[in-house]
Design a protein around this ligand. Structure first.
Ligand SMILES: Cc1cc2nc3c(=O)[nH]c(=O)nc-3n(C[C@H](O)[C@H](O)[C@H](O)COP(=O)(O)OP(=O)(O)OC[C@H]3O[C@@H](n4cnc5c(N)ncnc54)[C@H](O)[C@@H]3O)c2cc1C
Length: 364
């Protein structure tokens, strides 16, 4: 197990810039036409510079454009459009507090309809089945739901507790101590976010530019502008394509934030996840329209390999193809706390391949 000192050095390390050669993500296997979009030359001055083109950068751009009718906005992205975690995640829409989910799901539904993305994003409203693989995890969960419902009676009825027999007979999951259903959804985040960016570019020509393959290497603030406004563009972004000045800078840089903002090192750090897409053939029915899953197990540690199991597997199924989108970590801590997404630890993939069939009563 990593010592406290080793852990401290991992979480406080400079994450660096996004690597130029990330692994290929299934979600991006058909790149959006805007994947490499950029202006001929970088704009020289903008009201808002947004660094990062994931779901956070997209939502900040949309909000600024809608609420500031004359503001100019530039999104800068080190690699291709929406190619970070948003373009490579589990696609699960679920929150552990059901009430919060209801509100977020309504917002997401509105967004998907507003941008005519129902078909492209393959959004499904469904039930998430949280499965507990040990009695103690299941007991803890039931206690916490009882407490939640006692403290917040309006949340009664959001979670449906299921015993082990029901989880096996109704949902075909083997080896569980029990489970719970809650309202949830699944979505293709890459397609949704790139569609919104596309629509924003068309709706706000001249006010929005997106500069992909443009890494921001440093952001400088000119101290002389601290005194009453002599310039409205006090920030200079040093990029791989030259400088750009901005009135405000918004960092939507996820686990890379500590590179540009060293004060955040140790507070925000990268954590690398592994997702697989697995075709179960016809051996497992396609339940992608009805249910997604989370499997909770006690975290593990193997001294021989120094691998940690982080306690959760998550999966959804494509309603169209039946493919499982299956993720979960079983890696050394130094592989997980890393911003280097140019490789997948080979063990993570074989581990996920061997685990999935077992939940459905097949041989791994
Ligand atoms: C394997 C995995 C599975 C997940 N599953 C789920 C799930 O099922 N459901 C869920 O809700 N969440 C899931 N998540 C989490 C979710 O993906 C993230 O919380 C979310 O995508 C973060 O969005 P973001 O826009 O903040 O960051 P990102 O999408 O990572 O975007 C940040 C962008 O900033 C860019 N950038 C960084 N530094 C610079 C720089 N200096 N210059 C220019 N560009 C820069 C990066 O290239 C990147 O594109 C998962 C994450 C992973 C990794």
């Amino acid at each position: 197990m990593a010592s406290d000192k080793e852990l401290a050095s991992l979480v406080t390390a400079d994450p660096g810039l996004p690597r130029p050669n990330p692994t290929q993500s299934y979600w991006q296997h058909i790149p959006h036409p805007l994947a490499n979009t950029r202006s001929e030359s970088l704009p020289s001055e903008r009201d808002y510079a947004i660094i990062g083109s994931g779901i956070t950068g997209c939502s900040v751009a949309k909000t600024l454009l809608e609420h500031h009718p004359t503001a100019t906005v530039t999104v800068l992205e080190a690699r291709t459009l929406c190619s970070g975690a948003t373009g490579r995640n589990g696609g699960q829409m679920a929150a552990n507090a059901g009430e919060e989910y209801m509100h977020l799901a309504e917002k997401m539904q509105e967004l998907i309809e507003e941008y005519d993305a129902v078909e492209a994003s393959e959004m499904q409203k469904l039930q998430k089945l949280r499965v507990f693989m040990t009695d103690s995890k299941f007991e803890d969960f039931q206690e916490s739901i009882a407490r939640l419902e006692a403290d917040h009676p309006s949340m009664k009825g959001i979670y449906t507790i299921l015993d082990a027999d029901t989880v096996l007979k109704e949902y075909g999951i083997h080896g569980a101590s029990g489970g719970a259903l809650l309202p949830a959804g699944t979505v293709w985040p890459y397609r949704l976010v790139t569609k919104v960016f596309d629509a924003l570019l068309k709706k706000y020509p001249g006010r929005l530019t997106i500069e992909t393959n443009t890494a921001v290497e440093a952001v400088e603030y000119d101290e002389k502008f601290l005194t009453p406004i002599t310039s409205v563009f006090p920030y200079t972004l040093r990029t791989s394509r030259g400088p750009m000045r901005a009135a405000s800078v918004i960092y939507c840089t996820n686990g890379y934030s500590g590179h540009l903002l060293p004060c955040l090192r140790g507070r925000i750090h990268p954590f690398k996840g592994t997702m697989t897409v697995q075709d179960p053939g016809t051996s497992i029915p396609n339940q992608g329209k009805f249910v997604s899953w989370g499997f909770h197990y006690p975290p593990t540690y193997e001294p021989d390999t120094q691998r940690h199991g982080y306690g959760l597997y998550y999966l959804g199924q494509s309603a169209k193809t039946g493919y499982f989108y299956f993720g979960g970590e079983n890696t050394r801590i130094d592989e997980a706390v890393s911003a280097d997404d140019s490789f997948v630890a080979s063990h993570s993939v074989s581990h996920l391949q061997s685990v999935l069939p077992r939940f459905f009563g097949k041989r791994g």
